[in-house]
Design a protein. Structure first.
Length: 471
């Protein structure tokens, strides 16, 4: 299921394109900190060049069928220049953490050039502790954080010795640029394929009517739950204001063992603890802004993977979005965790994720103009206050060019009128938070990162007391 020339975008990926605007960039990525010294730039380029055949999408750009005959298509970039996408920079002395955060924010403040493959990578030297940074950036239409198929997965090695790469591969030769007839043909073929899929599903339903009715009932219930969520809008907060194109970035490095200790002491899941920590930090931050939190419950957009095992490795996004509660009205951290745990249990029992997947599948058959409207509805401030995404990572060290990767901070995106996005990733015993904020609306982003640290410290202290107290 490797990417091919003139592959059509999945509906959800096309939605990410439609949602992008001058102030709402739809690229995602991560900041990796690795032990120094920084790799030689030319050697680093060569190591990527020898692995690009494993991720052919990274040498493809978008083209658009004429007259809106279908969703955009991927085609080989005949002018592909690896040096354009992989960039080398150095922090000025002293190379502080603050300077590194500012550099990441500047990179994520600029949209990707849609005339080229939609990704960049920055090799960053000059960090004051002798380590180096690696900043990745790719359009969300191109990658899925849970798919496991992007440049990072083939760039990193399991040990200090690089993974052997087949040196006898034929050099890459791009397909020629498509002409208007090719684009029109591909667009029409994509629409025909979608129609065949509808017909096949209809025939399958005719052959197994009871099974089809059960599926239809479950899907209808799921869609009904999403509609109900929309009828109960997310509250207005300082997080939901008009944003600009410029960003701030902050990182928080926590211990995964702390989150597990809280989970083991009080039940639930690590993700429940993460959401309780986010809710606690938001409560403190809102109060610092003079916002009353009594009776206030924020809503988080929580992406959930709906990728089946047989779809693993397939190109395109396979995600649905659930809307999880953040009970900032609860003052006690343990009570807040319990509210989150019960709410998430109810959410898992609900059919909200099924409904989101059904809507996503329906969009596969929607014309581009309808798809654009659907993407705006999906990211409406009426539905959620902020994005919170938690991706599990490997619990063993990875290496790049023989250097151990010390930490990784994921970076999400800001939809229109959303001033904060929180991305979390566990890696090798750490739980790393990447906080992306609008430059103007989140001038106190560093204070929010401190609130994250305070919120987990509160829960860890309570867990230690609980463990130490006699049964």
């Amino acid at each position: 299921m490797a990417p091919r020339n003139l592959d059509r975008l999945q509906a959800i990926d096309a939605g990410f394109l439609h949602q992008e605007g001058p102030a709402s960039h739809m690229h995602v990525g991560a900041l990796v900190i690795a032990e120094g010294p920084v790799p030689d730039y030319e050697e680093f380029l060569d190591s990527i060049r020898r692995r690009l055949h494993l991720v052919p999408r990274y040498r493809q750009r978008l083209v658009f069928p004429p007259a809106n005959t279908g969703r955009p298509l991927w085609t080989d970039d005949t002018d592909f220049n690896l040096g354009y996408h992989v960039r080398y920079t150095a922090l000025p002395q002293p190379g502080s953490h603050e300077q590194l955060m500012q550099h990441c924010a500047r990179v994520f403040s600029e949209q990707l050039d849609r005339s080229k493959p939609l990704w960049e990578m920055w090799l960053i030297e000059g960090l004051d502790d002798g380590s180096f940074g690696l900043l990745t950036k790719a359009h969300h239409a191109m990658i899925d954080g849970i798919a496991g198929v992007d440049l990072a997965t083939v760039l990193f090695d399991l040990g200090p010795e690089p993974t052997p790469i087949d040196e006898d591969l034929d050099p890459w030769v791009p397909e020629p640029d498509p002409n208007p007839v090719d684009l029109l043909t591909a667009g029409v073929a994509g629409m025909a394929k979608a129609s065949r899929s509808v017909t096949q599903k209809a025939l399958a339903a005719f052959k197994q009517p009871e099974h089809a009715l059960t599926q239809a009932r479950v899907a209808a219930e799921g869609i009904g739950e999403i509609v109900w969520a929309g009828l109960n809008p997310a509250p207005e907060t300082p997080l939901n204001v008009e944003i600009g194109p410029h960003r701030r970035f902050a990182s928080v490095d926590c211990e995964l063992a702390d989150f597990k200790a809280v989970k083991n002491a009080f039940g639930g899941t690590v993700n429940d603890v993460v959401l309780a920590v986010v809710a606690g930090a938001l409560r403190r931050w809102l109060q610092s802004r003079g916002v009353r939190t009594e009776g206030l419950e924020l809503r988080a957009l929580v992406p959930v993977s709906v990728r089946t095992e047989d779809q693993r490795g397939a190109p395109g996004n396979r995600i649905a979005a659930m809307r999880g509660p953040l009970p900032v009205w609860v003052a006690d951290p343990l009570a807040r965790l319990e509210v989150v745990r019960e709410a998430m249990d109810d959410l898992k029992e609900s059919k909200q994720a099924i409904g989101a997947e059904v809507l996503s599948n329906v969009q596969n058959f929607a014309p581009p103009t309808v798809l654009a409207q659907a993407s705006r509805i999906n990211f409406s401030t009426r539905l959620f206050n902020l994005l919170v995404t938690n991706v599990p990572g490997p619990q063993f060290p990875l290496y790049v060019q023989g250097r151990e990767m010390r930490s990784v901070f994921p970076i999400a995106f800001l939809p229109q009128n959303h001033a904060l996005a929180i991305a979390i990733m566990s890696y090798n015993g750490h739980m790393n938070f990447g906080l992306l904020g609008d430059f103007d609306a989140m001038a106190d982003l560093d204070e929010f990162s401190e609130a994250i640290q305070d919120a987990i410290a509160e829960l860890v202290a309570r867990a230690a007391d609980h463990t130490a107290s006699p049964a």
